[in-house]
Unconditional design. Structure first.
Length: 276
């Protein structure tokens, strides 16, 4: 059986799984693990790159670095793009707008509502390698695909010819799920998490980068391993508290309209934040 046939066989078995019977995550993980030489595009994030994580203030201020970091294990109760229940990851975005839109996309809200948010700006202290999610079937008509298409092209050029078509097919399959609006379909997250945890076994990587769905691919998100934060390889540069009003764009998408902003004072020695 050729490599492309093995990949297609695994994909067909996954697509035929009965989602109502349970153990969907484990079954997807098993089928993907049967693909020998699973292709992985490794992408290097350089030192000094900055990323943003936003949290909703539920009547109280965030006053510690930990409160803006990854959640405690007991609060991770469901699947997300790259984690299963009780699996901690530090999710962040490439810029403020992407971080805001991702947060709004995962909560209920109405146009005109005002919410208070706190956003932390984190800077990489050293280069870190992550897995790149890329769907080669998509046009390079958004920021994510234009920016990362070259990484995919380079990978395919260096891949042995017998593995190229199979690699392309798998990237298309996985990329389609990472680019899918989830809503209440937890099985999409189960599939993307199964893939993530499989590629996380690679010694070199410490996270995964993928396009922002609610931002139409014009921004990206990263899920870092907790140890990246624990080892102080992300440094808190700035923190801001915003009051935002939920708005609606002309094409029917949610957006934020800033009403006020307050900068926090960072104490690196005590890893605390003071608000004036």
């Amino acid at each position: 059986m050729s490599y492309i046939e093995k990949v297609n066989s695994a994909i067909q078995k996954i697509e035929r799984l009965d989602k109502s019977k349970g153990h969907y995550y484990e079954q997807v993980l098993f089928e993907l693990s049967r693909i020998e030489q699973l292709p992985i595009i490794i992408y290097r994030l350089e030192a000094n790159e900055v990323f943003f994580r936003t949290r909703i203030n539920n009547g109280e201020d965030f006053e510690t670095f930990k409160s803006l970091s990854y959640p405690d294990e007991e609060y991770v109760s469901s699947y997300a793009r790259a984690n299963k229940p009780l699996q901690q990851m530090f999710y962040c975005s490439e810029n403020r707008p992407t971080s805001y839109i991702e947060l709004l996309n995962n909560r209920e809200g109405n146009v005109g509502d005002e919410i208070t948010l706190t956003i932390g700006c984190w800077q990489l202290v050293e280069p870190i390698d992550v897995v790149l999610v890329f769907d080669p079937s998509k046009d390079r008509d958004n920021e994510y695909n234009r920016r990362h298409g070259a990484g995919y092209d380079s990978f395919i050029e260096q891949t042995q010819e017998e593995f190229r078509e199979g690699s392309k097919r798998l990237f298309e399959f996985i990329g389609a799920y990472f680019g899918k609006q989830v809503n209440d379909d937890k099985h999409t997250y189960m599939l993307t998490t199964a893939y993530s945890n499989l590629v996380f076994t690679h010694d070199m990587v410490e996270g995964i980068i993928y396009p922002s769905v609610p931002f139409g691919g014009n921004g990206f998100n990263i899920a870092f391993f907790p140890k990246v934060m624990d080892d102080n390889r992300l440094r808190l540069l700035a923190v801001m508290k915003n009051v935002m009003r939920i708005g609606l764009t002309e094409d029917g998408h949610f957006n934020f309209v800033e009403q006020s902003a307050t900068n926090g004072i960072i104490d690196h020695a005590n890893r605390t934040i003071r608000w004036t």
